[in-house]
Design a protein around this ligand. Structure first.
Ligand code: GLV
Length: 333
């Protein structure tokens, strides 16, 4: 079972608190109120709401957050469930010492977000196989010269991580003809019916890297994955590969990605996440000709879709069932 069930929400709904740094806090509030009509929901200071007094903060048993400040977790001592407004839970788990014992953490298990992520990756991979960068440069110079594309079937993709977003991404890549192999932390029970060939372990990763042309990083950021995308790993890729990282900036060592780009080991990189966000204006990735850079927007959370997914998961939790977005605190995602 879920393990946090003892503190799961049940009985009379308490108050909820919302924190978001995004500029559409009012949309989130409206979506949450529509999805959970029995629950009073307040906005935390900093996301456009008045600061709750200390007595009121203690009343909150449910929080909906994206990158909330430590002060929220320090003040809200009655939390039973904390929901992420995104697919990741690292921004909550970094405050785990402040969470009351037994607090359940849920991340958004939203199919729309999975579709958005899959589309981002597919677009990046197709831009690579279709030589978009090269043609853009040729267009600027008014050069009329044809280049054969890299065919999808001859462009093997290695996918690091096969969670909800990774599975949808693999499906879309496979449907477009790309051979996909996923590297996962452990060969789980689910592996038997996976439509994606799976490998796990360090030796299998090294072998996989040697035979792909595209590396897609969709791992959660944990102590075990931080800094994984560094020179030793990148050096195993064939010369002229593509790196796509819409996972977490902390997974990669940016200096190593830059040197792999400069040496031609990486022909291109599509990067949506960075060690520091927003990406500082003087970061060399901004100006690198082989980098396509987006501002952590690969799978933007849609307020209505995410809150519906979270509300369905809260109902599962209250009913004693395992939520789709259940976060395993020991595993860290
Ligand atoms: C975005 O990074 C998310 O975790 O949803």
């Amino acid at each position: 079972m879920t393990g946090g069930g003892s503190r799961a929400l049940s009985g009379t709904p308490g108050r909820s608190i919302l924190y978001t740094p995004w500029d559409n806090a009012a949309e989130w509030l409206a979506a949450l109120r529509a999805a959970l009509p029995d629950r009073p929901i307040d906005l935390w200071e900093g996301s456009g709401g008045a600061p709750p007094g200390p007595a009121q903060a203690a009343d909150y048993d449910l929080a909906f957050v994206w990158q909330a400040p430590e002060a929220l977790f320090e003040a809200c001592r009655g939390l039973r469930v904390v929901c992420s407004l995104g697919a990741g839970s690292d921004h909550i788990l970094r405050h785990r010492a402040k969470l009351p014992a037994g607090t359940a953490v849920l991340r958004a298990a939203d199919p729309l977000m999975a579709d958005r992520m899959a589309d981002y990756v597919l677009a990046a991979v197709l831009a690579f196989t279709q030589n978009h960068d090269l043609y853009r440069r040729q267009q600027a110079a008014r050069v009329w010269q044809r280049h054969a594309p890299r065919d999808a079937t001859a462009t093997p993709v290695g996918l690091l991580g096969l969670g909800r977003l990774g599975r949808r991404t693999a499906e879309k890549l496979q449907a477009a003809g790309f051979p996909v192999t996923a590297w996962v932390r452990s060969q789980r029970a689910a592996a038997a019916d996976s439509a994606v060939p799976l490998v796990s372990g360090e030796a299998a990763l090294a072998d996989l890297l040697g035979r792909v042309r595209v590396l897609v990083v969709l791992l959660p950021e944990t102590g075990a994955t931080r800094g994984l995308i560094a020179r030793p790993l990148l050096d195993r890729l064939p010369h002229g590969s593509l790196l796509v990282n819409p996972g977490r900036g902390g997974l990669m060592v940016e200096a190593d990605v830059l040197s792999a780009l400069d040496s031609g080991r990486l022909a291109a990189a599509a990067l949506d996440v960075f060690e520091t966000e927003p990406l500082p204006p003087d970061n060399p990735l901004w100006a690198h000709p082989a980098v396509t850079l987006t501002p952590h927007s690969a799978a933007i959370s849609d307020p209505v879709s995410v809150t519906q997914a979270l509300a369905a998961d809260l109902a599962r939790l209250a009913g004693g069932d395992r939520p789709d977005g259940w976060v395993d605190m020991a595993a860290g995602y």
